[in-house]
Write a protein that binds this ligand. Structure first.
Ligand code: FMN
Length: 198
């Protein structure tokens, strides 16, 4: 099977589109991900996982602080995805004009979303180009707008319906991320998360 055919098959395994926020030394940031999944079947032990590329500013903020907030988004939240997912927080304050408040763990919680999950990192896995963060959910809440659960943003819906003028930038960034991942995927290192060492 051709690699691009395999990639299209793998795309069936992607998650809804989520916004991931973090805070370090008073600096707040947010990014977009479509690699978040439920990572526990135990209702009393809610866990999620998410892959974050090492070139993203959020990566180091989350790795260093061990906390993040994951937000499920409504299918109408295209503008938020554009604001958080197309440019890095290294060069601008992406949350400056996005309504939010500080959550229990100290990271920003977006007011407009379907629901938010405040997470503490309990383990990580290095992929070479990214880190898979395993998060223990410690606080949960619904967003301000009363969005129906049936209308959550998915990766396929975003790709099919984003404004046409965003598409060249989206595709250029995806290609750049793929090149980075291709170069770094062989450099997997063992990482022992804080507190888990023998
Ligand atoms: C639909 C969509 C899905 C994305 N999924 C991921 C992802 O799963 N992991 C990741 O590291 N970046 C992902 N990105 C890219 C980041 O959101 C983007 O690089 C962002 O600018 C990072 O911001 P930061 O540098 O402020 O952390 C995605 C972007 C979009 C638009």
């Amino acid at each position: 099977m051709r690699p691009d055919e395999i990639y299209q098959l793998l795309r069936n395994l992607t998650s809804p589109v989520v916004a991931i926020t973090s805070e370090r030394d008073g600096k707040r940031n947010g990014m977009i991900s479509d690699s978040a999944v439920r990572a526990s079947i135990v209702p009393t032990i809610p866990r999620v996982s998410v892959y974050i590329h090492k070139f993203n500013y959020s990566h180091d903020m989350i790795f260093e602080t061990g906390r993040f907030v994951m937000h499920l988004l409504g299918a109408d939240q295209f503008e938020l995805i554009h604001q958080l997912g197309f440019a890095s927080g290294r060069t601008r304050d992406k949350l400056a004009r996005i309504p939010h408040h500080v959550g229990r763990l100290g990271a920003p919680v977006l007011d407009e979303c379907y629901a938010h999950l405040e997470c503490e990192v309990i383990n990580v896995m290095d992929t070479g180009s990214s880190t898979c963060f395993l998060g223990q959910v410690s606080e949960v809440g619904y967003g301000r707008a009363n969005r129906p659960k049936s209308a959550l943003m998915t990766a396929a819906y975003f790709r099919a319906n984003m404004p046409a003028e965003w598409r060249p930038e989206y595709e250029a960034q995806l290609e750049a991320a793929q090149r980075f991942a291709e170069e770094r995927s062989g450099e997997i290192k063992p990482v022992i998360w804080r507190g888990l060492g023998a």
